[in-house]
Design a protein around this ligand. Structure first.
Ligand SMILES: [Zn+2]
Ligand SMILES: [Zn+2]
Length: 343
């Protein structure tokens, strides 16, 4: 098969022929149709994270058609349209049995621990647990926009931060995961304030339903949030993984506020907790990673019924020879929304 291969961290990926993936009894082989280019790919490419080895075919947010089915797979057949959540579960560990497969003890992810959607074919293990059917109403490109950042935001906003109607939510970082969190919070009836340093991204946030936007280069985020919300936000969301976001978010919360961290930072980044605030105001600090596979159909339901619009986040579709340029543009945070590679 043809694949875009990472051979050396920080160097251009190369398009080449490699062996097709082999199937397992409980797995499937998927012919990839569309794959989102994620900031996680940028971090992998730059060598920011330990435990990733090369050569690697990246790509963890994709849709496609089932090409081959293992003998133990019951829910899928050749030709089915499917979506793959980036965090894959085993189905048998204590977390999976508890419905929390996003933190599975044996978790794997295509494009991290084995070859992913920057290749034409991908093997997905434990297919019955991990895959969801993608209806004809959702095209492959929009579906690819759902697999990682949208799904992560869905679980983060709903299950982890427990955003409710009428609450104030401050989202810092208006990339793919931030704008997804915005759409989901608005669909739940929350009032959203978006924070970024790029006016183009803030304009897009306004179009997608943000009630207020703040450019943190020009304005004091904490003062402005306290003014708009008349005393503090119920929820703050870090959609980038940055210490400055942590600082202004914690100070922007009202008592009993929840701060959700969804952005993935490089390994060396840590956050400092102001202990007094934290205790006196009973602040919650919550992490969130991926989505339990059982929740994916709920997200798809909302898309099929026009409550969520992943297609509005897709700003460009690209061919394999454009991937290097997109990864490079991520160094300066130039890219808007979600870019999708089409095979
Ligand atoms: Zn991703
Ligand atoms: Zn598990």
């Amino acid at each position: 098969m043809k694949a875009i291969v990472l051979e050396e961290f920080g160097k251009d990926l190369t398009i080449k022929s490699i062996d097709d993936p082999e199937n397992t009894k409980d797995g499937v082989i998927i012919k990839v149709k569309a794959n989102g280019i994620c900031r996680s790919d940028y971090h992998i490419w730059m060598g920011h994270w330990q435990g990733i080895s090369t050569p690697l075919v990246m790509g963890h947010e994709f849709t496609g058609v089932i090409e081959e089915v293992g003998s133990n797979v019951k829910k899928f057949k050749k030709g089915d349209r499917v979506i793959v959540p980036f965090s894959l579960s085993c189905g048998f560990c204590e977390y999976c049995l508890d419905g929390e497969g996003q933190v599975c003890s044996e978790r794997q992810a295509a494009g991290f621990s084995f070859n992913g959607g920057y290749g034409q074919y991908v093997h997905i293990p434990h297919a019955d647990i991990n895959l969801s059917h993608l209806s004809e109403e959702i095209d492959f490109v929009s579906g690819a926009a759902l697999g990682c950042r949208f799904a992560t935001a869905f679980h983060g906003v709903i299950d982890q931060a427990r955003v409710g109607a009428g609450e104030w939510v401050v989202i810092s970082g208006c990339g793919g995961v931030g704008l997804s969190a915005l759409q989901i919070s608005v669909a739940l009836g929350a009032n959203v304030i978006c924070v970024d340093v790029d006016d183009r991204k803030l304009t897009l946030a306004k179009e997608l339903g943000a009630s207020f936007v703040i450019n943190s280069k020009d304005q004091n985020v904490v003062e402005r949030v306290l003014e708009i919300t008349k005393g503090g936000s119920n929820v703050t969301i870090d959609a980038l993984g940055h210490p400055e976001i942590f600082n202004h978010s914690i100070k922007s919360l009202k008592k009993k506020g929840r701060h959700l961290i969804m952005g993935l930072a490089p390994d060396h980044v840590s956050f400092q907790i102001p202990a007094r605030n934290f205790v006196a105001s009973e602040i919650e600090i919550i992490g969130s990673r991926g989505v339990p596979p059982q929740k994916v159909p709920y997200m798809l339901n909302m898309v099929e019924n026009n409550k969520l619009h992943p297609s509005k986040l897709v700003t460009e579709t690209i061919s394999p020879d454009q991937v290097n340029a997109v990864l490079k543009s991520m160094a300066s945070y130039d890219n808007m929304g979600i870019t999708v590679l089409e095979w």
